[in-house]
Design a protein around this ligand. Structure first.
Ligand code: SF4
Ligand code: SF4
Length: 715
């Protein structure tokens, strides 16, 4: 009996694919965008008196919280849903929805989970660890750099600038997505409502390297662009006002056009390679004493008739004559009121001022610092018309003085960086596998050696990919992607799990070469567990059941039905998807290491035991993910298993030897069901097992015939 999909030819597959795309597009058009669920009445219930929940803001989806204080009504915070402001999809492709409340200073009043579909928390670890995780935000501040640690390292590093909260073991990627959702949503509110975090997420910016210093002269600092210079004459300023009401209003500029208006030098003085060259030792130490972690200091040195501090400048205040913007967003600079001495060899200036930008302003030292000197002229006496023109100066630090933003532990780049050694081991394992499979005949030339190599690789798959690196690919990857695409969200959430991305990359490369067998035969931790369970059963001499071909073919269709059910539910009924994906025992056996409620554990153990007597029962008949890979594997263009004209007629050795029952009586290989175990490749090359080869050799009178038709050597 042919497999249900065997008869489909390429055009049919194209038609099927086109139909699927059309269905997805129709569903996409019909699916409403995700939005918050809280109503005013619900919020009143959650924030009872003496708190008062105000009306929802018209600009931003936030509700103000007030408190009656004697006769005044005082604003005590804002409450909002993360899904409205930062709908970052979780691992099921659906964003978590968290209710977040912050006070006017950016301190978290609390975070609560409204809805979540994270597979690891649904019937897995349960919601309790998730609820404990979000409780840790209470009393932390948006002005702190909030990162996720593990266990005992938890609160130990909390200070004014940093806070570390405990992660959740086995749910590392999920809690990072939650942290990203909470902070991204809260920062949006703080920018609009609280007036800080104006430029960007402070966690997504580069950091200045404090570990490098090279002595430089004043001239070298200027030549390298570490000190920026602007020299402007009166004539140039007058030109700025030409054709405006401000033209000709400055008598000095008109009478002494070539005289100096301002000679301005700007330097990022908190960078050691700049500051320690510009300031004397005492000045550098004094500056360090006034800066908090992450603060930036800018040194402004000028001469000429125009000073950035002006006559009515109050020390310690924000200068009005020098502005800083980054990506067009204004960033506050405040005078540090520091009397600093410049180092020897630095020219003398009429005015030297140090301005501070606090860490929470979100200034990115890797971006362009766009300074502007506004020059204002007034015309008229009673209601004077004010005309302002700006002199621009741009400043950019060279990259060798910076730690790039990717080092941030919250972004997905940070996660990749943090797991770089695990990724290196995975890449090495994948390269070894690819190299071995490209030389399959050499690899399979010695059956006994090959069997051991395969066992060792499967141990690596279970131990490293499965239990250590948590890299079990799953149908949840597909349902998550479908749900995210249908809701119009990006697939960026997948990048929070680098192991999965790397494995998918390898699988997508291997599908056109070898089909689904490369993943299912070599890289699936649960598949490898079943193989070991089978080997144990054989050692224990348990009876082995080989189903009749017809029954085997019929049962193999079940996985496609399950696949259709799960993918269909992902398109129309998310709640069903959460239940249906539990057909996969991967979460129980690999992710949660069998630490789960009894029914799930019994199910996973039963499948493993069944594999002991019916070879890879789950893989061959039930696995929806295997079914999906078999369908994706239709793109395979190599028929990589060597065949002889005698295969099938009359020789049936490989067919009987293939425990996956992937070889038909005619000798053809059904690659949809082939797990690349290479037993048939071993037989093909064997001078003791392959009957046609033995006959060939006999005819050549090379070896005697001692056929071994059913050796278990390679299992
Ligand atoms: S069929 Fe499923 S369980 Fe078996 S190896 Fe493939 S993905 Fe893993
Ligand atoms: S023995 Fe069967 S499963 Fe193994 S490689 Fe050959 S056809 Fe594929």
């Amino acid at each position: 009996m042919r497999s249900a999909f065997q008869g489909l030819r390429v055009p049919c597959w194209r038609a099927l694919f086109a139909g699927l795309c059309l269905c997805l597009a129709a569903l996409y058009a019909a699916t409403p965008a995700q939005a918050g669920v809280l109503t005013h009445a619900e919020l009143v219930r959650r924030f009872p008196a003496p708190l008062i929940v105000g009306e929802r803001d018209t600009e931003l989806p936030v509700w103000p919280l007030f408190k009656q204080n004697a006769t005044a009504t005082e604003l005590v915070g804002y409450v909002f849903e993360s899904i409205d402001l930062a709908p970052i999809p979780g691992f099921a492709g659906v964003p978590l929805n968290l209710m977040v409340a912050i006070d006017p200073k950016g301190v978290f009043l609390g975070v609560q989970v409204l809805s979540q579909h994270e597979p690891v928390f649904l019937d897995g670890l349960g919601e309790a660890p998730l609820l404990q995780f979000v409780q840790q935000y209470k009393d932390l501040s948006l002005k702190q750099n909030i990162s996720i640690g593990q266990g005992a390292h938890g609160a130990a590093r909390n200070d004014a600038a940093n806070a570390r909260i405990d992660g959740v073991s086995k749910a590392t990627a999920s809690v990072r997505i939650i942290n990203q959702s909470v902070l991204a949503a809260a920062l949006k509110v703080s920018r609009k409502k609280l007036g800080f975090g104006a430029a960007r997420d402070p966690d997504q910016i580069a950091q200045v390297r404090s570990d490098i210093f090279a002595p430089r002269t004043w001239q070298q600092l200027c030549d390298d662009g570490l000190v920026q210079h602007l020299r402007v004459s009166n004539r140039m300023v007058e030109k700025l006002f030409a054709d405006s009401a401000g033209a000709g209003l400055d008598s000095t500029a008109l009478s002494q056009p070539d005289e100096l208006f301002i000679d301005l030098y700007l330097a990022y003085v908190s960078v050691p390679s700049i500051g320690r060259n510009l300031l004397n030792e005492a000045g550098w130490r004094k500056l360090q004493g006034r800066l908090e972690a992450g603060d930036h200091a800018l040194l402004v040195m000028s001469s000429g008739r125009y000073s950035i501090t002006g006559e009515d400048f109050v020390p310690g205040s924000v200068p009005e004559r020098l502005l800083l913007r980054q990506e067009k967003l204004p960033i506050d600079m405040r005078d540090l009121d520091l009397d600093l001495r410049l180092a020897q060899g630095i020219p003398a200036f009429d005015s030297v001022t140090v301005l501070r930008v606090i860490a929470q302003a979100g200034l990115d030292p890797a971006g362009s610092l766009d300074f502007a000197l506004p020059i204002t002229r007034s015309k008229g006496i009673v209601y004077p018309e004010r005309i302002t023109r700006e002199l621009p100066v741009s400043y950019r630090l060279p990259s060798d003085l910076l730690i790039p933003a990717q080092a941030s532990s919250k972004s997905w780049q940070g996660i990749w960086r943090a797991r770089q050694y695990e990724l290196a081991v995975l890449v090495a394992g994948l390269l070894m596998l690819a190299a071995a499979l490209l030389q399959q005949r050499r690899l399979a030339s010695d059956g006994r050696r090959f069997a051991w190599l395969r066992r060792i690789y499967l141990l690596y798959t279970v131990g490293f990919i499965g239990y250590y690196a948590q890299g079990q690919l799953s149908i949840v990857n597909l349902t998550g992607a479908i749900q995210a695409l249908l809701a119009g969200r990006s697939l960026e959430f997948l990048l929070f799990d680098p192991m999965t991305v790397m494995l998918w990359g390898f699988v997508l490369l291997s599908l056109p070469l070898w089909g689904r067998g490369t993943f299912c035969g070599w890289l699936c931790p649960f598949g490898a567990l079943q193989e070991f369970s089978h080997q144990l059963a054989r050692l224990l001499r348990l009876p082995q059941i080989r189903l009749r071909t017809r029954l085997d073919q019929q049962l193999k269709r079940i996985k496609y039905v399950l696949l259709a059910l799960i993918l269909g539910s992902a398109c129309i009924a998310n709640a069903w998807t959460d239940r249906l994906v539990e057909l996969e025992p991967f979460k129980t056996a690999i992710t949660l290491n069998f630490v789960r409620s009894l029914p799930y554990v019994l199910y996973a153990v039963a499948l493993l035991m069944l594999s002991g007597v019916i070879y890879k029962f789950y893989c061959r008949y039930l696995c929806p993910f295997g079914g999906a890979l078999a369908l994706l594997g239709k793109v395979r263009w190599l028929s990589w298993i060597p065949r002889r004209s005698e295969c099938g007629t009359p020789c049936q050795t490989c067919r009987h030897r293939c425990d996956y029952q992937a070889i038909s009586p005619t000798g053809h290989v059904d690659y949809d069901e082939c797990f690349q175990c290479m037993d048939c490749v071993v037989i093909y090359q064997s001078e003791q097992k392959c009957a046609p080869r033995m006959l060939e050799l006999k005819r050549a009178n090379v070896i005697p015939i001692h056929p071994v038709m059913n050796s278990g050597e390679s299992k």
